[in-house]
Design a protein around this ligand. Structure first.
Ligand code: AMP
Ligand code: GLY
Length: 448
């Protein structure tokens, strides 16, 4: 890690920021940006969760590609000096290109760069073309051909809707019947809409999962500490896939040598592959990997910060986030240093009853003050808002990302669980076992 001395020359002392996105990741980004002396005014989208809304001023313009003229004019009037795009949907709509101006860099790739995320079939082809290790996969846009292929397969498969589906368009199958049902749901019943016009069928890999996120400024790649996410809804990793039930950082499942290998074999070739297609990537490249006996293999690329991975990353980041994001957006990453708190952070996502299926919204929330009293805890809102009476209520499936720092994973987990258990709303639930794969392994080791 570089020493914290170098300072990039081209970063303004004060920057007004427009942050797109309304969820937990954005609350964590906003919280960290607020600690920067470079932050001028922070503007957030209408519809931001209650925690995020409290940190910024609401942008009066719609974030709508059909009303770009109004939005860019407003950016000029308010002297917005940096746009930060949190979620995948505005990246896929090319807001990065539409909002960029000579004095207004954008953190987040163009639609062409974000294609690595919004088109899994394209990502698979790109990985193949630059030899990035990934699960064997086939692409189909025809249900009949997909069904015929499944008939010929003996081993377990994973079925993925190629387009964006909030992390829910992936079905890990344990039988042919299950795989057939999945292609019916995705391709015929269109459970994920147009995202299921094309699918990827890939071999099922086994091993530990890890999320490796890197800042990429077009040339320089700065790899962040690795995180482990927990996608399945139930403790012990059972049940349906979700957007993420919790994450912790750093994870010991990767050592420095493996992280360097992933940078070399996955991140660098992906950015080079895009460059060969004429795409300059600026933002976060996030590789979701499986650590298989044959080495790390890519499960997916995202082209944004992870949610909830961002929450533990931000409480550990010791550097100026506005500076880092600005440097990334303007190709100056090589001049900026960053460092992380050596402690471990765990985020536990408190969810609404029914998540990841249909949920009931509008449940009043209490207990936040009690939760905040737990040592080392920061609470990020995700799906919260205010009702007509001004009371805090639930508005989404993932309601809070309760984040705790601890001397080690066990302490951080215990603190996050204690704080999460103090938050009260009807139907609230969360996983108490975030980090279990590592904690279990340690517990199994004989005590000497
Ligand atoms: P993705 O959105 O592609 O990362 O998939 C979501 C989750 O599905 C991953 O985090 C894994 O838990 C699981 N998954 C995806 N692809 C595979 C695969 N090839 N083998 C096993 N599990 C997978
Ligand atoms: N936590 C997984 C994601 O952000 O896609």
């Amino acid at each position: 890690m570089p020493t914290p001395s170098a300072r990039p020359s081209g970063i303004p002392d004060r920057v007004n920021v427009l942050l797109l996105g309304t969820g937990g990741r954005e609350h964590a980004l906003a919280w960290k940006m607020k600690a920067s002396p470079r932050l001028g005014e922070l503007w957030v989208e209408a519809g931001a969760n209650a925690g995020l809304a409290a940190l910024g001023t609401t942008c009066p313009e719609a974030i709508d590609v059909r009303q770009m003229f109004r939005l860019t004019r407003w950016c000029e009037r308010e002297n917005i000096g940096l746009v930060v795009i949190g979620p995948e949907a505005p990246l896929a709509q090319d807001f990065a290109t539409l909002l960029a101006a000579p004095n207004r860099p954008v953190f987040g790739p163009s639609r062409d760069g974000a294609r690595l995320e919004w088109d899994k079939a394209y990502a698979k082809q790109l990985m193949r073309s630059v030899s990035i290790p990934t699960a064997e996969g086939r692409i189909f846009d025809n249900h009949e051909a997909a069904a015929r292929y499944l008939e010929s397969r003996e081993s377990d498969v994973v079925i993925k809707a190629s387009g964006l589906a909030s992390g829910k368009g992936v079905v890990v199958c344990t039988s042919r019947a299950e795989a057939m049902a999945a292609i019916d749901r995705i391709m015929l019943k269109k459970e994920f809409g147009e995202a299921g016009n094309q699918i990827v069928i890939e071999e099922r890999l086994r091993g530990q999962e890890v999320s490796v996120l890197a800042l990429v400024d077009g040339r320089t790649i700065s790899v962040l500490d690795p995180c482990q996410d927990h996608k399945q809804v139930g403790e012990g990793d059972v049940g349906a896939n979700t957007g993420g039930m919790g994450a912790y950082c750093p994870t010991p499942v990767l050592d420095d040598a493996q992280l360097a290998q992933i940078e070399r074999q996955v991140l660098v070739p992906a950015i080079d592959g895009l460059r060969r297609e004429g795409v300059t990537f600026r933002g976060v490249l996030y590789a979701g990997l499986m650590l298989t006996p044959a080495g790390p293999k890519v499960l997916e690329f995202n082209t944004r910060f992870g949610d909830p991975e961002t929450q533990p990353l931000m409480v550990r980041l010791k550097s100026d986030l506005v500076e880092l994001l600005y440097a990334t957006a303007t190709g100056q990453l090589d001049a900026v240093d960053y460092a992380f708190d050596p402690r471990t952070a765990v985020t536990v996502v408190v969810c609404a009853e029914g998540y990841p299926g249909s949920i009931v919204k509008g449940k009043p929330i209490t207990g936040l003050d009690e939760a905040k009293e737990v040592e080392g805890v920061t609470i990020f809102h995700a799906g919260t808002g205010r009702n007509a009476k001004g009371e805090l209520v639930t508005t989404g499936g993932r309601v809070f990302g309760v984040t705790a720092l601890g001397a080690d994973l066990a302490e951080a987990q215990a603190r996050a669980n204690e704080a999460a258990s103090r938050i009260v709303f009807q139907g609230a639930f969360f996983r108490r076992d975030i980090g279990h794969r590592v904690l279990k392994r340690r517990a199994d080791q004989p005590v000497s």
